[in-house]
Unconditional design. Sequence first.
Length: 395
Amino acid sequence: MTRKEFIRVCSLFGIGVPLISSCGFTHSLYEDFEVNFSGKVIVVGAGAAGLAAGYMLARHNIDFEILEAASVYGGRIKAKTDFADFPIDLGAEWIHDDPSILARLISDESVQANIEIIKYSPESLYFWKNDKLVKRNFFVRFYGEHKFKNTTWYDFFDTYIVPPIKDKIRLNSPINEINYSGGKVSMKTLEGQVYEADRVIITVPLTILQNEYINFIPSLPSEKMDAINEVPMPDGIKVFIEFSEKFYPDILGFDGVLDFLSAADGDRLYYDAAFRKDTDKNILALFSVGDIASTYTDIETEEALIEYILNELDEIFDGQASQFYVQHAIQNWSKEPFIGGSYSHFDDYSIQETLGAPVENKLYFAGEAYHPENSSTVHGAAESAYTVVEEILKG
C-alpha cells in the first residue's frame, strides 16, 4: 500500500468509535455454509492469518494444527508491555478500517468484546525540509483513522482469537520441506519431525517463500513463483524512544506533503506513540519501511542505531533529543528470524489472483499479501485466511 493509498483510505473514517461490542453487530465476515470436508488441515505460520485460519477451522470442528517457526505466536503483530505504562505495538499498530472490523473478525455474537478505541486524528504535523522545520497543520483535517487505546493488535488476537486454538499451536517448529506429491501432504521440520495433512494453509511472510527457505516437492509452479517473487517485501523497522520532555509534534514527516503522499522510496515518519493514551509518558516512535528504511535496518548495532536516530532528531530539534532521552526499544523486522522485512508492496495488483491461487487443491495461501483489497493490513491477513478456510471446507 502506497502512502497515497493509505491516506486516501484513512480519510474515509472521520468519526471515532470509543467502544465497540461484538454483541449486536450486523453481520459476520462469513456466514454459515455447508461443510464438505472431513480431513486434517495443517496451518504453517501463526501470525494474524495463521491464527485466524485456526480460529475458523476450530469453529467448524475441523482437525488441524498450526506450526510456528518462532518461540512465540503473533508474527508481525507483537507487543511490548515493559517499556511504558501502556503496551506498545512493535509491529502492526493502526486499524486501517472502521473499528467494527474487530467485531466481524471475532464473528461470534456470544462474545462480549469491549475494546476501547481512540480516534487517531493528529493535531500537529511538521515536515523537515531543506534543513527547516515547516508546520503543515492544515493537512491533519484530511487525516483520521483509529488505534487501540490501552491494548494492541496482539492483545486482540491473544484475547479473542487464540484461546480456543492455543492447544493446537506448535511453537519452535520451522518447516523446511513440504511434499505434496502424494495423496496427502507431508511436512518436515528442521529437526526432522514429520506432519501429515489433507490440506495445508501456508501463511508465512513472502520473504520466506522468496528466499526458498521451504523446499516444495514438487517445486511450486513457475507462474506461482513468478508472482511470489514479483511482490517486494522491503525493509521495515519501528523504534520507540522515551523522553523526559515533549519537544516534538504529533507527526514529523520529511521533505513535504507531496513527498509524504507519494513515498516513492518508502515511508519514514516520527509520531507521538502516546497520543491520546492514558499516560503522562513522552514516547516518540519512528516508523519506516521501504528503501529508506534500509538506512536504519542496515546499521549493525543497537547502540549505533539509537545514536544515529538521536543525532537525526537533534539536528531537527536543536539538540533536545539527546538532552531529554530516557530509554528506547527497537524492533528491526528486517533482521527478525522467520520474517525478514515489513509487508507486501504491490506495483501490479493484477498478479494477486495467481499469487493466492491454490496448488493442486492441496496447498493454499493466506496472509496480508493475498487479500485483493486489504493487502498490507492485519484485518486483510485475517480475512484472506477466512476466505481460504471457507474454500477448503466447501470442497
